[in-house]
Design a protein around this ligand. Sequence first.
Ligand code: ZN
Length: 512
Amino acid sequence: MFQVNFVDVQAENAIFDGEGWDAVVVVTPDLVSIGIDEISLLAEHGAKVDKRVGKSPTLLFAPGLAGGRLIIAPVTQVADDYADVRIYGDAARAAIAIAKDAGAKRPLLYVVPSATPKFGFASEVAALACGQELWQTLELREATGLTPAFEAIGLLSLTSKKSQLLNALEAGRVLARDLCGTEPERMSAKAFAEYCLQAFKGSVIKTAVVEDRDILERDYPLLSAVARSSFAVGRHQPRVVKLEYLPEGEITRTFLFAGKGVVYDTGGADLKVGGAMAGMSRDKGGASAVAGLFKTLSMLKPKGIRVIAELGLVRNSIGSEAFVTDEIITSHAGVRVRIGNTDAEGRLVLADLLSHLRIKAVSAVQPELFSVATLTGHVVRCYGSYPAAVENAVASGAKCAQTLALQASQWGEPFEVSTLRREDFAKIREVSGAADILSSNNAPSSVTARGHQYPAAFLLKASGLFEHGVNAAIPLAYTHLDIAGSATEGDPLYGKPTASPLVGLYQYLINR
Ligand SMILES: [Zn+2]
């Protein structure tokens, strides 16, 4: 597997040459608080000859230290009220890139601990940022046989071992990035499903794949409408992947995830035009992050929690069989949906998945449901690179989104919490009376008021979850996560997948 291998290092003398490492990378807010005399002296001496030392990431000639290399990565803005733990990640990324370019194979990473509570997971965030920096695309790896830049990254910490957790999180993130970032033929719905099965082979994760057209059309009618014109091409046909993690011992909570995996989105009959289609192989970031989360679960096997997922893998193609606007399709939950726009396909895929999860949730221990999706341009317009959590009233009462936002931000994946309002339900009203609800309006979501909130109203209604509100016999907590702005970073079309919000979700699951 193409992955960073983190190794715990608990002896300070590992910084010296001959101890198995070939570069020392220090992530620190300043040169005086490093706390290891040999490094402080070298850094302070270096700062006398090069004013950049301590201000920007620099490599110092360091005789006696591992590999003769000392890379000082300053963490800037630690006193800034609006800075968060990601400043440690930014510093570590810049430094590890220098270590790689310098030819190191076994860098030793030391993150100077901070007493500031919001930087409590600075060393973990820094290590994960190195993983993000070092990941390379699946296409490149398969074309060239590329192997990881480093044999290992040592994590110098005298107080705690972190490698098991970080390797499991990073394994999940590698899987999520591979699934999300790969082009639409290599990572078709079929290939996505096979990649998942391979990833979970021999693990504790139970897997199942639905691929029969009759079963898909019966059990996932909205998803199958989106997939309708893809059935004509064998290699483009849809899949539903089901995953389940069962812990050893008692179950105290159940988490159920629906993941949007639109492996390519042409927009369908409402075709994306004027160059708006490029990059649409990344419309599968939700399903990818959820699959990655299960990889992490499979390695760490946390007690007490049961986790279930359904991933909807569909190519939204255009062709003579394509579904069109005005059609009325009955969802798995029995709700008659008027199609408002075929490019609003993600919510159709998710609604049927959520309906299946709803049935499982009714008899589950302490269930919480989630959908994870690159759903709208509106969330990007609204929050930039931050994902949004939109919860139903039951989840709001249980502080689901608030807790998730807190956990995730401590781990460098901050969330925005949006509120579902009555106007959001007004937006899905079907005026003719022929159908129960309308799936979408026809303006781009980015110019639609409440464009990322109101799809949650649709998802509640079309999945049947609306019937499990606060006053129902069985209330069900449900939170929709729109990750359109956070699933990738950098280039808007072909930027690196981030696997967001995998790390935040894992922390939420184990700390809930
Ligand atoms: Zn679309």
